[in-house]
Structure formats: structure tokens, C-alpha cells
Design a protein around this ligand. Structure first.
Ligand SMILES: [Zn+2]
Ligand SMILES: [Zn+2]
Length: 134
């Protein structure tokens, strides 16, 4: 299995399974990578399962996500991540594999924004396409 590298801090992503959903997370900066469809699946987790995930996303003291204006290479494929708006937050989204990066603290806002929307990936794809056109 290939090792996935954090898009924000060069840490190696750990793999964790929460309520049957396998996600990649960075224990250095608290970022979270979700493959296509995983944000919808996380929305179905119980409170205790989500709490277990949140506990994994508490970063090492001193490490914080590094903001970058450069296009970031996708964690999972050869695509580039594009910043798109998901509710109150900006997330990094890959048009190619439709994966999604959440910075530390963005999980709850992301889940909230995804709530009620059956297909967040399509929504993000549309948002990314709009951003590219404008
Ligand atoms: Zn990181
Ligand atoms: Zn990708």
C-alpha cells in the first residue's frame, strides 16, 4: 500500500477506521483526507465514533497547517487540489479523484455542510468547476 503524505505539513498520513469508514489522517497537524463519498459516510457515524475520530485529529503541539497559495498535489492521485467553498469553510478538493482535504477543526463544519446533501462530491465538483470558470 502506498504511503500518503499530508498536503499541509509533509507528515505521513495514518489510516484509521471509524464506524467502518477508512480515512487518512495526519496526526502531526490534525488534517483529514477523505476519498470520494467518505464525507457522506462519516455523516452516518454515531457520536462516539465521531468523537474517536476527533481525538485522532488533535495535532502535536507546535505543528500547524501551513497555508500555501501554490496548487497542492493531491494525496491520492496525480491531480491538483483546488480550494472550494463547502458551507462556512474552504476545503481542498481534487477534481480528478474527488477526494477532499479538511484542515484541523474543519471536520464538524464540513459534516454540517454535508448534512442533508446526498451527493456532496457532485456539489464540490460543481463548485470547483465554477471557481475554475470564474
Ligand atoms: Zn499534516
Ligand atoms: Zn486526486
Amino acid at each position: 500500500m502506498e504511503r500518503r503524505v499530508c498536503v499541509k505539513c509533509d507528515g505521513i498520513l495514518d489510516r484509521g477506521t471509524f464506524g467502518g469508514v477508512e480515512v487518512d489522517l495526519c496526526t502531526s497537524c490534525g488534517g483529514l483526507w477523505l476519498d470520494k463519498g467518505e464525507i457522506e459516510r462519516l455523516g452516518t457515524l454515531s457520536a462516539s465514533e465521531l468523537e474517536a475520530l476527533r481525538r485522532m485529529l488533535i495535532p502535536v503541539p507546535g505543528q500547524r497547517p501551513v497555508a500555501s497559495d501554490l496548487p497542492t498535489a493531491c494525496v491520492a492521485c496525480t491531480g491538483k487540489l483546488k480550494e472550494v467553498v463547502l458551507g462556512p469553510i474552504h476545503v481542498d478538493f481534487c477534481m480528478q479523484c474527488q477526494g477532499l482535504w479538511l484542515d484541523r477543526g474543519e471536520l464538524d463544519a464540513g459534516l454540517e455542510a454535508a448534512e442533508g446533501k446526498t451527493d456532496v462530491s457532485s456539489l464540490l465538483k460543481l463548485a470547483a468547476a465554477t471557481a475554475a470558470a470564474g
